[in-house]
Design a protein around this ligand. Structure first.
Ligand code: NAP
Length: 307
């Protein structure tokens, strides 16, 4: 019994979990991937990616790395030196990492943020799978984006990828944000870098009511609603109409207050866990060159969020 704590410390897992958790397969040939961020402790990516590697029998392992802003440059140099195949990039590095890469995929360049880096052994290329991860659940439902009016609430980091994905799909986008300058800036950036048009404005009840009255899809990209199911909603429930598709990218809790109220109003809904699984699946495909087991990755996200 006495050496138990030491074994727990050395692996970070209980002995029972360590055996079941898949570390036993790691060999001299194992391909290493990971996620860098600060904080990184709550990431669900290792559980999701390792479950996918295991399911397909791939000799890959995925680990979290806590990297501060000051250490970002060294961390990316370390990725090269250690021959790490791929990294996901999370808060606060998605923009700051750009100058350290050899090339950036055109969509990620337009968005101005990278959440996936892949090494081919000599060069590091940056991608943004948040945009594709956001769009996939809409495509799965056969949602017609072209010429549809879409309201995006929020103008932070995630909103950029979401708005670009929507506008690239042909949607007409209105961005409303608590800090209106950020909404105007994002709308301007979208209009400059895409053939589509976007408008920005302040997130207040008047603008929200007007935008909701002629939208077919509303996307919450703010952090409002994060934390608990009883949390807040960015949209007054009286504004929800049954013909609107409500997409909340907040994934924790699995069912936010906005999603609950939208379902009560008869709306179709998409919860953030789907985007989370899809952005991971698209990163997996970049790392491995193999089609991702998306259903398994969705199940793993739900499991991680309900544990
Ligand atoms: P961020 O860059 O910090 O942006 C936060 C946004 O929320 C800003 O627009 C901010 O408005 C707004 N906001 C914050 N508190 C607010 C309040 N009380 N009332 C109104 N607006 C408020 O964060 P982010 O990286 O974009 O992430 C936003 C959310 O998306 C988080 O919950 C994150 O977990 C989630 N997310 C999900 C996925 C996924 O795969 N499902 C991917 C990425 C992010 P101001 O500009 O006025 O501050």
């Amino acid at each position: 019994m006495q050496d138990q704590p030491e074994r727990v410390l050395s692996t970070g897992l209980s002995p029972a979990k360590s055996e079941a958790g898949g570390l036993s397969h790691v060999s001299g040939k194992t391909v290493v991937c990971g996620v860098i961020g600060d904080p990184v402790e709550h990431t669900m990516s290792p559980a999701m990616q390792n479950a996918a590697f295991r399911a397909l029998g791939l000799d890959f392992a995925y680990v979290p790395f806590k990297v501060t802003r000051e250490e970002l440059r060294v961390a990316i140099a370390g990725m090269r030196a250690l021959n790490i195949r791929g990294l996901n990039i999370t808060i606060p590095h998605k923009v700051a990492v750009l100058p350290f890469l050899d090339s950036v995929d055109p969509l990620a360049k337009k968005i101005g943020a990278v959440n996936t880096i892949v090494s081919n052994g000599t060069t590091l290329t940056g991608y943004n799978t948040d945009a594709g991860g956001f769009i996939q659940p809409l495509l799965e439902r056969g949602f017609e984006l072209r010429d549809s009016r879409v309201l995006v609430i929020g103008a932070g980091g995630a909103a950029r990828a979401v708005a670009f994905a929507l506008i690239e799909g042909g949607a007409r986008v209105v961005v409303l944000n608590r800090t209106p300058d950020r909404a105007h800036e994002l709308a301007r950036h979208l209009s400059q870098h895409t053939p589509g048009r976007a408008e920005g404005g302040e997130l207040n009840n008047d603008n929200l009511f007007e935008a909701m009255s002629n939208t077919v899809l509303v996307v919450n990209t703010t952090s409002v609603g994060m934390g608990t199911p009883e949390g807040q909603s960015p949209i007054p429930s009286a504004f929800l109409r049954r013909d609107i598709l409500v997409y909340d990218i907040v994934y924790n809790p699995l069912k936010t207050r906005l999603i609950s109220e939208a379902q009560a109003a008869g709306c179709r809904t998409i919860a953030g866990a789907e985007m989370l699984a899809w952005q991971g699946a698209l990163a997996f495909e970049r790392f491995t060159g193999i089609k991702a087991p998306i259903e398994l990755m969705k199940q793993q996200v739900v499991r991680s969020l309900t544990e």
